[in-house]
Design a protein around this ligand. Structure first.
Ligand code: SAH
Ligand code: AVI
Length: 322
């Protein structure tokens, strides 16, 4: 009942090398957040979701726990649940259970760049949902959406956790336009978005007192050391998390504590950092309903459902091609 296709091949390694070279040579330096998620990075993200300060996972879970049956009904009882950036799919169980209870659940399609967690998730889900077919894809959802199988009987395409906020505006528009193009008339998108709130709460959520987010952030340097033969010294960088209220997004960086030169053997490159120089590793955009409606409309999508937690911290929205 499990089939997992892995599309992380030589092309993916070459794309990573290209991306990292361009990012380290740009001004300011920048790395893409998708490189956080090796096996350790996925584990660290799971730890983040349990931190007191990190409210988005709890808020999204509370919406799914209360409203999944309604969401499944509004999506016309789809037979297939596709999940982009599925990770451990811990909250997804609410949707799968609602589909099972409505009698429509047939297939789950997890799509994630992290191979280990996708296998683990598939194994657990076939045990928990007897009869469920899992057709997983290990790939980059920014490039390989066309590999997602067509679903007879309608698909709900879930993109949870607020991961849409980790894309820059242009990449976000391109990505959502491609999602819009893959949706058939019966398919719906279910998108999780963190909402704008006081900067102090946001900054605490991304700079927790136990230092787990700092470790997650620095893990990208471990990934470059292993995958590209770099010699980053993790102790020579510190975690920085600031809210940019003009752009309405968290801006997450690594700041070099000293003047240093890092060698990346796999790229045949040496990169200098000044003391105090910051390299961006992630943005995490925060939304309002109006902002999201604009984002949808630019991508050829229209909002058709809006569900928030009681505190109004987080929203799940349903959308379809406009
Ligand atoms: N949906 C889960 C996990 C969110 S963490 C939740 O809500 O808790 C972000 C997930 O997206 C990780 O599992 C990561 O491996 C995956 N991911 C990040 N960038 C990706 C990309 N470009 N393509 C595919 N998966 C990606
Ligand atoms: C996966 N993504 C939605 C998380 C976020 O909140 O932007 C990643 C994260 N980065 C630091 N903490 C959590």
């Amino acid at each position: 009942m499990i089939a997992i296709e892995v599309h992380l091949d030589a092309d993916a390694a070459a794309a990573m090398a290209r991306d990292v070279r361009a990012g380290l040579l740009s001004e300011p330096k920048e790395l893409a957040p998708k490189y956080f998620y090796d096996e350790r990075g996925s584990q660290l993200f799971e730890q983040i979701t349990e931190l007191d300060e990190y409210y988005p996972t709890r808020a999204e879970r509370s919406i799914l726990a209360r409203r999944s049956a309604e969401i499944v009904a509004a999506a016309a009882q789809p037979r297939t649940l596709v999940e982009l950036g599925s990770g451990s799919a811990s909250k997804t169980r609410h949707l799968l259970s609602a589909m099972r209870d409505a009698g429509c659940l047939r297939t789950y399609v997890p799509v994630d760049i992290s191979e280990e967690i996708t296998h683990e998730t598939a194994e657990s889900l076939v045990q928990e949902y007897p009869g469920l077919a899992v057709h997983g894809l290990v790939c980059d959802f920014e490039h390989h959406l066309e590999r997602i199988p067509d679903g007879e009987g309608g698909r709900l395409v879930a993109f949870l956790g607020g991961t849409i906020g980790n894309l820059f505006p242009r990449a976000r528009r391109d990505f959502l336009s491609r999602v819009a193009a893959m949706l058939g008339p019966r398919d719906r998108l279910l998108l999780g978005t963190d909402l704008v709130k006081e900067p102090a709460r946001l900054e605490a959520a991304y700079d927790d007192s136990q230092g787990v987010t700092a470790e997650f952030n620095k893990n990208v340097l471990e990934v470059l050391n292993r995958e590209l033969g770099a010699d980053f010294d993790l102790d020579a960088f510190e975690h920085v998390a600031r809210y940019d209220s003009e752009e309405a997004r968290m801006d997450i960086r690594l700041r070099s504590l000293v003047e240093q030169t890092v060698r990346i053997a796999g790229l045949d490159l040496a990169v200098s950092f000044a003391a105090g120089e910051e390299m961006r590793t992630e943005v995490s955009a925060k939304f309002t309903r109006e902002r999201l409606e604009r984002v949808y409309s630019e991508a050829g999508l229209a909002l058709s459902g809006w569900f928030t937690d009681e505190a109004g911290d987080y929203a799940l929205s349903l959308a379809q091609p406009s």
